[in-house]
Each structure stands twice: as C-alpha cells, then as structure tokens.
Design a protein around this ligand. Sequence first.
Ligand SMILES: [Zn+2]
Length: 89
Amino acid sequence: MRITCPLCGERDRREFNVKGAALDRPGEGADQDAWHTYVNLRQNPAGVLAELWYHEMGCGSWLTVTRNTVTHEILKVELASQTEMGGAA
Ligand SMILES: [Zn+2]
C-alpha cells in the first residue's frame, strides 16, 4: 500500500504508523464517559474509515487518511491539522 503524503509525495506505507480511527476529540470540560469512548472504544468497521497516520520516517506530520478497510483503497489524505478531526485542541 502506498500513501501520498501532502508534503512528501507518494511513499510506502512502512514509512508511516497508523494510530487508529480519527475520532472527534472531546472538548474542554467533556465528561468521563466522553473521554472513555474517545480513548478506549473503537468500532472497526469494514468499509470507509478515516484514520490518523503518522509519517514517522518522513516529515513527521500527522495525516488523516480516508481509506476502505476492505479493499485498502485510499480515498483521501490530508494533514490532520487541516481537518476537522485533527484540528481540535
Ligand atoms: Zn510526509
């Protein structure tokens, strides 16, 4: 599988580490249940999923990679800081 980093171009997936589904981070003051869900619960769907990937052996950017978990087709790659999911503090 190859991933096109917005900064580095097309690279082998072994340059990246996947960190799981790109979920909406709970806001400041969110309750314990919201944090428990964010940190521990994953749905692992078969199909299209947005995931966080780290370009460890490249530019060091966090990416939001939207891919089909069945076919491994990559539909979109964006800098996580520029997506709604990765932009929350
Ligand atoms: Zn990169």
